[in-house]
Design a protein around this ligand. Structure first.
Ligand code: HEM
Length: 154
């Protein structure tokens, strides 16, 4: 056996194992797209975003904050965010949550209003409660980046 194959063999074995277990991937998909699938994938998730916007537009707790927002961009970025969060094949291309919401002085009541509106939208779209809960659980940690913290004026 040629001498170099002594160190080549473990390398070949290691890369074969990596390929077999699917560890090597150029795709942004994490592998767990179960929630994204349960939400109906891209078409249904886009319809959910539309429903959420329709529910929020007349809501006085939320609407004034969006007065100067370009809604076409919001619709797209909010979709991307939910898609990525649920394990879908998207990469969120918007700005970081803390940066986007800084300066808007969003309080806990407004955050809860958005969660409530999303729940209404999900119910209207016919999602079962466990699916709703799973999406909401993934959104909950963003509260600290979005709601203005006591002692912090922005
Ligand atoms: C879990 C809760 C929330 C999530 C996941 C979320 C997510 C997002 C995303 C993805 C964007 C687009 C970012 C971009 O354009 O780069 C955005 C923008 C925005 N969000 Fe939120 N948001 C949440 C809660 C809230 C709440 C409670 C309010 C206030 C009622 C709010 C008000 C806004 C406004 C006004 C914009 C547009 C800012 C602009 O015009 O530049 N968001 N949000």
């Amino acid at each position: 056996m040629p001498k170099h194959s002594q160190w080549l063999r473990p390398l070949v074995l290691a890369s074969s194992l990596l390929l077999l277990c699917g560890c090597v991937s150029t795709s942004p998909v994490s592998g767990d797209d179960e929630l994204f699938v349960a939400l109906g994938g891209e078409p249904d998730l886009r319809l959910l975003v539309d429903e959420f916007i329709a529910v929020s537009a007349p809501d006085p707790r939320v609407a004034p904050t969006f007065a100067n927002t370009e809604m076409k961009r919001f619709r797209e970025k909010f979709y991307e965010h939910l898609c990525e969060l649920s394990g879908g094949p998207c990469v969120y291309s918007g700005d970081p949550m803390a940066e986007v919401h800084r300066g808007l002085k969003i309080n806990e009541g407004q955050f809860n209003a958005v969660v409530e509106n999303l729940q209404i939208a999900m119910s209207r779209r016919g999602y079962p409660q466990p699916v709703q809960n799973r999406l909401l659980a993934r959104l909950a940690p963003f509260q600290r980046d979005i709601v203005v913290q006591p002692g912090n004026s922005d």
